[in-house]
Write a protein that binds this ligand. Structure first.
Ligand SMILES: NC(=O)c1ccc[n+]([C@@H]2O[C@H](COP(=O)([O-])OP(=O)(O)OC[C@H]3O[C@@H](n4cnc5c(N)ncnc54)[C@H](OP(=O)(O)O)[C@@H]3O)[C@@H](O)[C@H]2O)c1
Length: 228
């Protein structure tokens, strides 16, 4: 059984959706490597033979390459970069200090793709590289405005992911941009539509059903395609 286990690297798993994904994939029999920035009580509580806990800040290029070195030749059926921030999400662009806008862009758009580049040869054939996007990253669905810097960062992530997929099209993996729904986490807040368990179960179903598929898709937690 152990040899047949699927493997996942979940990046940004200390709490919220990342932690929920780790819990769900472990329950489905996967071998999971999960990353935190600082010690996560939530991850520690899941500790078991199928879970390896690592540490990385995706904004730190040296830390990302050190993680690659620590993981050696290990490859994964799924690499999912979940980490993200929503700093000053309610403020319009012109009210947000430039350095805050830049940091949101770096963490949400630049760092996930740079992380994927470092691990691009660590995805197993038929596997998936997934990025945590948002419906707010859709340019065409932006009818109401708001969430300016966050929205733009996820739109940039979508664009970078499409370019990443083109650059690596000859490689044997698929790329997914996921919208988890509006979920009750530290980021999503208490008034959200979904709980973590519902969202992550849906995303895990989507990921498992797309195993072996190439190309890129922008999907929500229920498997519905979103407009770019
Ligand atoms: N919740 C929603 O409704 C919703 C909707 C659409 C999309 N999303 C996206 O889903 C993802 C997870 O969101 P969430 O709701 O679970 O948020 P959350 O509860 O605030 O968790 C954010 C996670 O990202 C990690 N992180 C942030 N910056 C990082 C960095 N530089 N390096 C490594 N890890 C970093 C955090 O680690 P620390 O604990 O160390 O801070 C934490 O594990 C994000 O990309 C978010 O944009 C969420």
């Amino acid at each position: 059984m152990t040899g047949a286990r699927k493997t996942a690297l979940i990046v940004g798993a200390s709490r919220g959706l990342g932690l929920g994904l780790v819990d769900t994939f472990l329950a489905r029999g996967w071998q999971v490597t999960a990353t935190e920035r600082t010690a996560s009580p939530g991850l520690a509580a899941l500790d078991g033979d199928a879970l390896t806990i690592e540490s990385v800040d995706i904004d730190d290029d040296d830390a990302v390459s050190e993680l690659r070195t620590r993981l050696g030749q290990k490859s994964f059926d799924l690499i999912f970069v979940v980490a993200g921030v929503a700093t000053r999400i309610d403020d319009p662009l012109h009210k947000v200090p430039r350095e805050v806008a830049v940091q949101v862009y770096l963490t949400n758009a630049v760092s996930p793709i740079r992380f994927a580049e470092v691990f691009v040869d660590r995805v197993s054939p038929g596997g998936t590289i997934a990025f945590m996007s948002s419906i707010l990253g859709s340019v065409s669905l932006n009818e109401a405005g708001g969430s300016d810097t966050y929205r733009a960062s996820k739109a940039a992530l979508n664009t970078y992911a499409r370019t990443f997929e083109s650059r690596h099209r000859a490689r044997p993996f698929g790329v997914l941009l996921m919208h988890p729904g509006w979920v009750s986490t530290d980021m999503g807040g208490v008034g959200a539509d979904l709980d973590v368990a519902t969202s992550v179960a849906g995303m895990a179903d989507v990921i498992e059903s797309r195993s072996g598929q190439r190309g890129i898709a922008y999907l929500d937690y229920a498997g519905r395609t979103l407009a770019w």
